[in-house]
Design a protein around this ligand. Sequence first.
Ligand code: MN
Length: 284
Amino acid sequence: MKQLHRITRTDESHWVGDGFPVRTLFSYNTPDAEMSPFLMLDYAGPMEFPPASKPRGVGMHPHRGFETVTILYRGEVEHRDTVGHGGMIGPGDVQWMTAAKGLLHEEMHSAAFTRQGGVFEAIQLWVNLPAEYKMIAPHYQSILNDRIPVQKLDRQGGFIRIIAGEYQGIKGPASTYTLINLWDLRLSEGHTLELDFPENHTTMLFALKGSVKINNASTLNDVELAFFEQAGTKVTLTALKDTTLLVMNGAAINEPIAGYGPFVMNTQEEIQLAIKDFNAGHFG
Ligand code: MN
């Protein structure tokens, strides 16, 4: 059995721009937890936005050294960057952006969502890159809902959407630089599911809503994050309510982390260079 390390939550909320009211569940500064290859998880919303004329969001800002993975649950986001990419993601869609050597981008509510208003709910997960890929050219994977395989669970127990990695032989569409399993799991009240992970992988579960019993012992409630020990492979979940979980699992990257806001590199010298490059306009 894979033992639970601890459960954490935060009730502190802050705005990213004027479009994303987020709670940060972990970051690369969080002590006493193995989270590599993941760097940060922001949970935006759920929040009801009234109709508006001017799109809310966050204007042009840089990233370097890692990937941002945006998972939309409700609402719609339009993005645009200085490398010439742009696009829109809606409910069920995922944008996997490999910022790598750097770009500037903006993330805004879509024109239609702005006009109509509605509930916004999304996750942004930051995924670290091994040193050898931190300075490759930036690129995107726009992974729309209909490309994400869905495995139904037995006896109407819910379903699992495989965004990255593999679940029972079904492969997710995301291409990753390290071994990563990223699954959107919906477990129906009263149902039990046993998950099997590779030995010695980092594993975290985030509950967007609902409540699950972990390994017949601890309870993970909504807006809580569970960290597991690296050792062991099997985790048993029993849903006490209909529950939506993000399952994050991956091989730790055993390299030093030097971070400064939207730049995550291996050394302070590389951070200084990122700041210098940004100030010199090299991000576009
Ligand atoms: Mn961003």
